[in-house]
Design a protein around this ligand. Structure first.
Ligand code: SF4
Length: 363
Protein backbone atom coordinates (compact mmCIF):
# COMPACT_ATOMS: atom_id res chain seq x y z
CA UNK A 1 0.00 0.00 0.00
CA UNK A 2 2.67 2.51 0.98
CA UNK A 3 4.79 1.69 -2.06
CA UNK A 4 1.76 2.32 -4.32
CA UNK A 5 1.29 5.73 -2.73
CA UNK A 6 4.99 6.55 -3.13
CA UNK A 7 4.77 5.66 -6.81
CA UNK A 8 1.65 7.76 -7.25
CA UNK A 9 3.46 10.75 -5.74
CA UNK A 10 6.54 10.16 -7.90
CA UNK A 11 4.27 10.08 -10.96
CA UNK A 12 2.99 13.52 -9.98
CA UNK A 13 -0.53 12.35 -9.13
CA UNK A 14 -2.71 13.84 -6.41
CA UNK A 15 -3.16 11.66 -3.32
CA UNK A 16 -6.47 11.14 -1.51
CA UNK A 17 -7.31 11.97 2.10
CA UNK A 18 -7.09 8.28 2.94
CA UNK A 19 -3.67 7.99 1.32
CA UNK A 20 -2.49 11.10 3.17
CA UNK A 21 -3.55 9.52 6.43
CA UNK A 22 -1.68 6.35 5.56
CA UNK A 23 1.48 8.41 4.97
CA UNK A 24 1.08 10.36 8.21
CA UNK A 25 0.61 7.21 10.24
CA UNK A 26 2.90 4.72 8.59
CA UNK A 27 5.52 6.31 6.31
CA UNK A 28 9.13 6.56 7.44
CA UNK A 29 9.93 10.19 8.17
CA UNK A 30 13.00 10.22 5.91
CA UNK A 31 11.04 8.68 3.04
CA UNK A 32 8.36 11.34 3.44
CA UNK A 33 11.01 14.07 3.57
CA UNK A 34 12.74 12.79 0.47
CA UNK A 35 9.49 12.68 -1.54
CA UNK A 36 8.57 16.16 -0.34
CA UNK A 37 11.99 17.52 -1.18
CA UNK A 38 11.75 16.14 -4.72
CA UNK A 39 8.46 17.98 -5.20
CA UNK A 40 9.85 21.18 -3.69
CA UNK A 41 12.80 21.10 -6.10
CA UNK A 42 10.49 20.54 -9.06
CA UNK A 43 8.19 23.40 -7.99
CA UNK A 44 10.83 25.92 -6.94
CA UNK A 45 13.59 24.60 -9.07
CA UNK A 46 16.49 26.52 -7.63
CA UNK A 47 18.65 26.34 -4.57
CA UNK A 48 17.06 29.45 -3.10
CA UNK A 49 15.14 29.92 0.13
CA UNK A 50 13.16 33.10 0.64
CA UNK A 51 12.40 35.14 3.76
CA UNK A 52 10.66 38.42 4.53
CA UNK A 53 11.70 41.22 6.88
CA UNK A 54 8.56 41.71 8.91
CA UNK A 55 7.04 42.63 12.22
CA UNK A 56 3.87 41.39 13.97
CA UNK A 57 2.56 44.15 16.22
CA UNK A 58 -0.96 44.13 17.69
CA UNK A 59 -3.43 47.02 17.96
CA UNK A 60 -5.64 45.53 20.68
CA UNK A 61 -5.58 42.50 22.94
CA UNK A 62 -9.23 42.89 23.92
CA UNK A 63 -11.11 39.85 22.68
CA UNK A 64 -14.43 38.18 23.39
CA UNK A 65 -13.76 34.86 21.65
CA UNK A 66 -12.06 33.03 24.56
CA UNK A 67 -10.05 30.46 22.61
CA UNK A 68 -8.70 27.96 25.12
CA UNK A 69 -5.31 27.81 23.38
CA UNK A 70 -4.70 31.57 23.63
CA UNK A 71 -2.61 33.38 26.26
CA UNK A 72 -2.68 36.72 24.47
CA UNK A 73 -6.16 38.14 24.95
CA UNK A 74 -7.78 40.08 27.79
CA UNK A 75 -11.42 40.96 28.38
CA UNK A 76 -12.39 44.61 28.36
CA UNK A 77 -11.52 46.20 31.71
CA UNK A 78 -9.20 43.38 32.72
CA UNK A 79 -5.69 44.19 33.94
CA UNK A 80 -3.27 44.48 31.01
CA UNK A 81 -5.87 45.13 28.31
CA UNK A 82 -5.04 47.72 25.65
CA UNK A 83 -6.28 49.23 22.41
CA UNK A 84 -3.91 51.51 20.54
CA UNK A 85 -4.97 54.49 18.45
CA UNK A 86 -4.38 54.50 14.70
CA UNK A 87 -1.85 57.33 15.29
CA UNK A 88 0.12 55.15 17.69
CA UNK A 89 0.16 52.22 15.27
CA UNK A 90 1.21 54.36 12.29
CA UNK A 91 4.10 55.72 14.34
CA UNK A 92 5.10 52.16 15.21
CA UNK A 93 4.98 51.13 11.54
CA UNK A 94 7.16 54.13 10.63
CA UNK A 95 9.75 53.06 13.20
CA UNK A 96 9.69 49.51 11.78
CA UNK A 97 10.23 50.88 8.26
CA UNK A 98 13.42 52.63 9.40
CA UNK A 99 14.69 49.20 10.50
CA UNK A 100 14.16 47.70 7.04
CA UNK A 101 10.77 46.07 7.66
CA UNK A 102 8.74 45.66 4.46
CA UNK A 103 5.74 43.67 5.77
CA UNK A 104 3.59 44.43 8.80
CA UNK A 105 1.43 41.47 9.79
CA UNK A 106 -1.18 43.15 11.96
CA UNK A 107 -3.73 41.32 14.05
CA UNK A 108 -5.64 42.01 17.21
CA UNK A 109 -8.09 40.42 19.45
CA UNK A 110 -11.69 40.55 18.32
CA UNK A 111 -12.75 43.85 19.86
CA UNK A 112 -16.42 44.73 19.17
CA UNK A 113 -15.97 48.31 20.42
CA UNK A 114 -13.85 49.33 17.44
CA UNK A 115 -15.70 50.85 14.53
CA UNK A 116 -15.04 49.95 10.90
CA UNK A 117 -13.46 53.35 10.17
CA UNK A 118 -10.63 52.51 12.60
CA UNK A 119 -9.51 49.57 10.43
CA UNK A 120 -9.91 51.52 7.20
CA UNK A 121 -7.84 54.41 8.57
CA UNK A 122 -4.96 52.12 9.52
CA UNK A 123 -4.78 50.64 6.02
CA UNK A 124 -5.24 53.92 4.18
CA UNK A 125 -2.63 55.76 6.24
CA UNK A 126 -0.11 52.91 6.00
CA UNK A 127 -0.37 52.85 2.22
CA UNK A 128 -0.14 56.65 1.90
CA UNK A 129 2.32 57.54 4.65
CA UNK A 130 4.65 54.51 4.58
CA UNK A 131 4.68 53.17 1.01
CA UNK A 132 7.69 50.98 1.80
CA UNK A 133 5.46 48.91 4.12
CA UNK A 134 3.06 46.28 2.75
CA UNK A 135 0.02 46.00 5.05
CA UNK A 136 -0.73 42.32 5.69
CA UNK A 137 -3.60 43.04 8.05
CA UNK A 138 -6.48 41.28 9.87
CA UNK A 139 -7.37 37.64 10.28
CA UNK A 140 -10.72 36.15 9.31
CA UNK A 141 -12.13 36.67 12.85
CA UNK A 142 -11.43 40.39 12.60
CA UNK A 143 -13.04 40.55 9.14
CA UNK A 144 -16.11 38.86 10.65
CA UNK A 145 -16.36 41.36 13.54
CA UNK A 146 -15.96 44.21 11.02
CA UNK A 147 -18.92 42.79 9.14
CA UNK A 148 -20.96 42.68 12.36
CA UNK A 149 -20.15 46.24 13.50
CA UNK A 150 -20.53 47.78 10.04
CA UNK A 151 -23.61 45.73 9.06
CA UNK A 152 -21.90 45.03 5.72
CA UNK A 153 -21.54 41.57 4.22
CA UNK A 154 -18.13 39.84 4.39
CA UNK A 155 -17.67 40.54 0.72
CA UNK A 156 -18.56 44.22 1.14
CA UNK A 157 -16.14 44.57 4.06
CA UNK A 158 -13.36 42.99 2.01
CA UNK A 159 -14.15 45.27 -0.92
CA UNK A 160 -13.97 48.37 1.33
CA UNK A 161 -10.62 47.21 2.73
CA UNK A 162 -9.39 46.58 -0.81
CA UNK A 163 -10.52 50.05 -1.90
CA UNK A 164 -8.25 51.70 0.69
CA UNK A 165 -5.26 49.56 -0.28
CA UNK A 166 -5.31 46.15 1.43
CA UNK A 167 -4.14 43.38 -0.92
CA UNK A 168 -3.19 40.47 1.32
CA UNK A 169 -4.64 38.89 4.46
CA UNK A 170 -2.86 36.62 6.94
CA UNK A 171 -4.22 33.11 7.42
CA UNK A 172 -4.42 33.14 11.21
CA UNK A 173 -7.46 31.76 12.99
CA UNK A 174 -7.69 28.54 11.02
CA UNK A 175 -6.20 26.37 13.78
CA UNK A 176 -7.59 23.00 12.63
CA UNK A 177 -10.34 23.28 10.03
CA UNK A 178 -12.30 20.39 11.48
CA UNK A 179 -15.45 21.43 13.32
CA UNK A 180 -15.24 18.81 16.02
CA UNK A 181 -11.90 20.34 17.07
CA UNK A 182 -13.03 23.94 16.59
CA UNK A 183 -16.05 23.41 18.81
CA UNK A 184 -13.78 22.36 21.66
CA UNK A 185 -10.94 24.86 21.38
CA UNK A 186 -12.63 27.97 19.96
CA UNK A 187 -16.38 27.49 20.21
CA UNK A 188 -17.20 31.20 19.73
CA UNK A 189 -14.99 31.61 16.69
CA UNK A 190 -17.33 30.09 14.16
CA UNK A 191 -17.01 27.04 11.98
CA UNK A 192 -14.37 25.91 9.54
CA UNK A 193 -16.68 27.09 6.77
CA UNK A 194 -16.67 30.61 8.27
CA UNK A 195 -12.86 30.76 7.91
CA UNK A 196 -13.00 29.24 4.44
CA UNK A 197 -15.80 31.58 3.40
CA UNK A 198 -13.84 34.74 4.31
CA UNK A 199 -10.85 33.38 2.41
CA UNK A 200 -13.02 32.43 -0.57
CA UNK A 201 -14.62 35.88 -0.73
CA UNK A 202 -11.17 37.46 -0.44
CA UNK A 203 -9.73 35.32 -3.23
CA UNK A 204 -12.71 36.18 -5.46
CA UNK A 205 -11.89 39.87 -5.12
CA UNK A 206 -8.24 39.26 -5.92
CA UNK A 207 -6.62 39.13 -2.48
CA UNK A 208 -3.73 36.77 -1.85
CA UNK A 209 -3.75 35.15 1.57
CA UNK A 210 -1.88 32.48 3.46
CA UNK A 211 -3.27 29.28 4.95
CA UNK A 212 -2.11 28.34 8.42
CA UNK A 213 -2.54 25.40 10.75
CA UNK A 214 -1.96 25.19 14.49
CA UNK A 215 -1.60 21.55 15.50
CA UNK A 216 -0.34 19.64 18.53
CA UNK A 217 -3.34 19.98 20.83
CA UNK A 218 -6.51 17.86 20.74
CA UNK A 219 -6.65 17.08 17.04
CA UNK A 220 -6.30 13.61 15.58
CA UNK A 221 -4.39 12.60 12.45
CA UNK A 222 -7.75 12.46 10.65
CA UNK A 223 -8.41 16.12 11.58
CA UNK A 224 -5.09 17.13 10.04
CA UNK A 225 -6.10 15.48 6.78
CA UNK A 226 -9.51 17.17 6.91
CA UNK A 227 -7.67 20.49 7.28
CA UNK A 228 -5.39 19.74 4.33
CA UNK A 229 -8.35 18.68 2.20
CA UNK A 230 -10.31 21.86 3.03
CA UNK A 231 -7.51 24.20 2.00
CA UNK A 232 -6.52 22.18 -1.06
CA UNK A 233 -10.13 22.27 -2.29
CA UNK A 234 -10.37 26.03 -1.81
CA UNK A 235 -7.02 26.54 -3.52
CA UNK A 236 -8.42 24.71 -6.56
CA UNK A 237 -11.15 27.36 -6.83
CA UNK A 238 -9.12 30.62 -7.06
CA UNK A 239 -5.44 29.81 -6.41
CA UNK A 240 -5.52 32.57 -3.79
CA UNK A 241 -3.19 31.09 -1.18
CA UNK A 242 0.46 32.04 -1.52
CA UNK A 243 1.76 29.66 1.15
CA UNK A 244 0.94 27.13 3.82
CA UNK A 245 2.31 27.87 7.30
CA UNK A 246 1.99 25.31 10.10
CA UNK A 247 3.07 25.76 13.72
CA UNK A 248 2.63 23.83 16.92
CA UNK A 249 0.45 24.88 19.85
CA UNK A 250 2.33 26.70 22.63
CA UNK A 251 0.61 25.83 25.93
CA UNK A 252 2.17 28.37 28.36
CA UNK A 253 -0.42 30.43 30.31
CA UNK A 254 -3.36 29.03 28.30
CA UNK A 255 -6.41 27.22 29.73
CA UNK A 256 -5.51 24.23 27.50
CA UNK A 257 -2.13 23.92 29.25
CA UNK A 258 -3.74 21.76 31.97
CA UNK A 259 -4.62 19.11 29.38
CA UNK A 260 -1.77 19.59 26.90
CA UNK A 261 1.29 20.79 28.83
CA UNK A 262 3.95 20.12 26.14
CA UNK A 263 4.80 21.25 22.61
CA UNK A 264 4.57 18.77 19.79
CA UNK A 265 7.94 17.29 18.80
CA UNK A 266 10.28 18.34 15.98
CA UNK A 267 9.59 14.91 14.46
CA UNK A 268 5.90 15.84 14.23
CA UNK A 269 6.72 19.21 12.69
CA UNK A 270 8.85 17.61 9.98
CA UNK A 271 6.07 15.10 9.25
CA UNK A 272 3.59 17.96 8.87
CA UNK A 273 5.91 20.01 6.64
CA UNK A 274 6.69 17.04 4.38
CA UNK A 275 3.11 15.83 4.16
CA UNK A 276 1.83 19.34 3.44
CA UNK A 277 4.24 19.64 0.52
CA UNK A 278 3.00 16.32 -0.86
CA UNK A 279 -0.72 16.77 -0.19
CA UNK A 280 -1.04 20.46 -1.05
CA UNK A 281 -0.01 19.97 -4.65
CA UNK A 282 -1.58 23.30 -5.66
CA UNK A 283 0.44 25.40 -3.16
CA UNK A 284 3.58 27.07 -4.46
CA UNK A 285 5.19 27.76 -1.10
CA UNK A 286 5.51 25.88 2.17
CA UNK A 287 6.90 27.92 5.03
CA UNK A 288 9.38 26.57 7.58
CA UNK A 289 9.68 28.46 10.81
CA UNK A 290 12.88 29.26 12.69
CA UNK A 291 10.58 30.98 15.17
CA UNK A 292 7.92 28.53 16.24
CA UNK A 293 9.91 25.29 16.19
CA UNK A 294 13.46 26.49 16.83
CA UNK A 295 16.23 27.43 14.43
CA UNK A 296 17.69 23.93 13.91
CA UNK A 297 14.30 22.36 13.21
CA UNK A 298 13.49 25.23 10.86
CA UNK A 299 16.71 24.54 8.96
CA UNK A 300 15.99 20.81 8.68
CA UNK A 301 12.47 21.60 7.43
CA UNK A 302 14.09 23.23 4.39
CA UNK A 303 15.11 19.69 3.38
CA UNK A 304 11.63 18.30 4.04
CA UNK A 305 9.75 20.28 1.40
CA UNK A 306 9.75 23.87 2.68
CA UNK A 307 11.13 26.60 0.42
CA UNK A 308 10.56 29.67 2.59
CA UNK A 309 11.94 30.61 6.01
CA UNK A 310 9.15 32.99 7.09
CA UNK A 311 9.73 36.38 8.59
CA UNK A 312 12.33 37.96 10.82
CA UNK A 313 9.58 39.03 13.27
CA UNK A 314 10.92 42.26 14.72
CA UNK A 315 7.99 42.23 17.16
CA UNK A 316 5.85 39.25 18.26
CA UNK A 317 3.46 39.24 21.22
CA UNK A 318 1.12 36.25 20.82
CA UNK A 319 3.63 33.42 21.40
CA UNK A 320 5.47 35.65 23.88
CA UNK A 321 2.32 35.72 26.03
CA UNK A 322 2.66 31.92 26.22
CA UNK A 323 6.27 32.38 27.46
CA UNK A 324 7.59 31.27 24.07
CA UNK A 325 10.24 33.75 22.98
CA UNK A 326 12.65 33.31 20.11
CA UNK A 327 14.57 36.14 18.46
CA UNK A 328 16.63 36.63 15.34
CA UNK A 329 17.73 39.33 12.90
CA UNK A 330 18.25 39.52 9.15
CA UNK A 331 21.94 38.61 9.34
CA UNK A 332 21.20 35.47 11.33
CA UNK A 333 18.36 34.40 9.02
CA UNK A 334 20.67 34.81 6.04
CA UNK A 335 23.31 32.70 7.81
CA UNK A 336 20.82 30.02 8.85
CA UNK A 337 19.66 29.65 5.24
CA UNK A 338 23.24 29.53 3.91
CA UNK A 339 24.20 26.97 6.52
CA UNK A 340 21.27 24.80 5.42
CA UNK A 341 22.75 24.70 1.92
CA UNK A 342 20.59 27.30 0.17
CA UNK A 343 20.96 30.80 -1.23
CA UNK A 344 18.96 33.31 0.84
CA UNK A 345 16.60 35.69 -0.94
CA UNK A 346 14.73 38.52 0.71
CA UNK A 347 11.16 38.67 -0.64
CA UNK A 348 8.02 40.76 -0.43
CA UNK A 349 4.73 39.56 1.08
CA UNK A 350 3.78 38.46 -2.45
CA UNK A 351 7.00 36.50 -2.95
CA UNK A 352 8.64 38.95 -5.36
CA UNK A 353 12.40 38.91 -4.84
CA UNK A 354 13.96 42.05 -3.34
CA UNK A 355 17.53 40.86 -2.87
CA UNK A 356 19.62 37.72 -3.42
CA UNK A 357 22.50 37.06 -1.04
CA UNK A 358 24.80 35.31 -3.52
CA UNK A 359 27.96 35.17 -1.46
CA UNK A 360 28.15 34.22 2.20
CA UNK A 361 29.84 36.92 4.24
CA UNK A 362 32.78 35.38 6.08
CA UNK A 363 33.36 37.09 9.41
S1 SF4 B 1 -6.72 33.41 19.34
FE1 SF4 B 1 -7.45 35.40 18.62
S2 SF4 B 1 -9.68 35.17 18.61
FE2 SF4 B 1 -8.88 33.54 19.95
S3 SF4 B 1 -8.90 34.43 22.02
FE3 SF4 B 1 -6.84 34.79 21.15
S4 SF4 B 1 -6.98 36.83 20.28
FE4 SF4 B 1 -9.08 36.12 20.58
Amino acid sequence: MLSDIYQKIKNGNRISQHEGLELLQNAELLELGSLANEIRLKKNSNANVTFVIDSNPNYTNICNIDCVFCAFYRHEGEHGEYTHSADYMIQKFKESATKGVTTILLQGGVNPKLNFEYYLEMIERTVKEIPEIHPHFFSTSEIIIMSEVSKLTISEVLQELWNVGLRTIPGGGAEILSDKVKKKISSKKGSSEDWLNVMREAHKIGYKTTATMMYGHIETDEDILIHFENIRKLQDEYFGFTAFIPWSFKPGNTPLEKIIPHYASSYRYLQIIALSRIYLDNFQHIQASWFSEGKKTGQIALHFGADDFGGTLLEENVHAAANFINKTNTEEVVDLIYDSGFIPQQRTTLYDIIKTYEIKKVI
